[in-house]
Design a binder for this molecule. Sequence first.
Ligand code: NAP
Length: 231
Amino acid sequence: MTALAGRLALVTGASRGIGAATAAAFAGAGARVIRVARSLAQGAAEGPYDIRCDLTDSAEVAALAVRVVEAHGPPDIVVSNAGGFLLRALESTTIEEFDRQLAANLRAPFAVARGFLPPMRSAGRGAFITVGSVADHTGFPENAAYAASKYGVRGLHETLVAEYRGSGLRLTLVSPGPTDTAIWDPFDPDRRPGFPPRDAMLRPSDVADAILYVASRPPHVHVDWLRLGPV
Ligand SMILES: NC(=O)c1ccc[n+]([C@@H]2O[C@H](COP(=O)([O-])OP(=O)(O)OC[C@H]3O[C@@H](n4cnc5c(N)ncnc54)[C@H](OP(=O)(O)O)[C@@H]3O)[C@@H](O)[C@H]2O)c1
C-alpha cells in the first residue's frame, strides 16, 4: 500500500516547479491529485483533474473550492504552493509591483485557506500545507516585497494553526531555501554575485519530498514548520 493511497490532494501552482514535482510525488504515492494553475488545460469533469484558476481572483478561488468539494468532498490534502518572486531593491520597486507580490503570495493563499479549510474542518481531518520560503523568516537585500508577502504567509499559517487547533486538521508551513525552478529565470542567479548558482540550489523534487513527508505522517503527528535549504 502506498503512503497516500486513495487520498485526494489538491496542489496549487502545479503547472511547473515545486508544485509540479509535488503533484508527481503525490501521484507516485497513490494520491488522486488535482493540479491548479493558470496555464493548465482544463481537465475532465469526473475524477481528479487539472483546473485552470487565477488564484489572485477571489471569486475564481471560491468557485474552485465549491467545484472540488461538490465533485469529490473535501480534499484530504491541500498544498498552497503557487506564488511568484520579485528580486528588486526597495527604491526600484513600484507600489503596483508590491501589490502584485501580495496578491499572488499572501492574498491568494488566504483565499485558498478561506475556500478549503471550512469544508476540511467539517470533515474533521486533513493536511493543509503552505509553501513559504527562507524569506518568511530571514531578511535579504532586494526582497522587500517578496519577504513582506512571505512573512505575511507565515503569520497566516501561525494564526490558522491556533484557530484550527483541536479540529483534526494539521497545518504545516514548509519553508524552502533557493530551489532551481523557472522562478529564477528573470534574475539569472548564475551571473548574479552573492546568489547560489542553480546547480547548488535545491531541486524541486527535494522540496516535493519534504512536502510528501509532511503529508504522509500518521494522523497523530503534526509537523508545524519544516525548513530546508541547500548545504
Ligand atoms: N524556487 C525557489 O527558490 C523558492 C524558494 C522558496 C520558496 N519558493 C516558493 O515556492 C512556490 C513555488 O515556486 P516555484 O519556484 O516552483 O515557482 P515556479 O516554477 O515559477 O512555479 C510557480 C507556480 O505558481 C503558479 N502561479 C503563480 N501565480 C499564480 C496565480 N495567480 N494563479 C494560479 N497559479 C499561479 C504558476 O502557474 P501558472 O503560471 O501556470 O499560473 C506555477 O505553477 C512559491 O510560493 C515560491 O515563493 C520558491
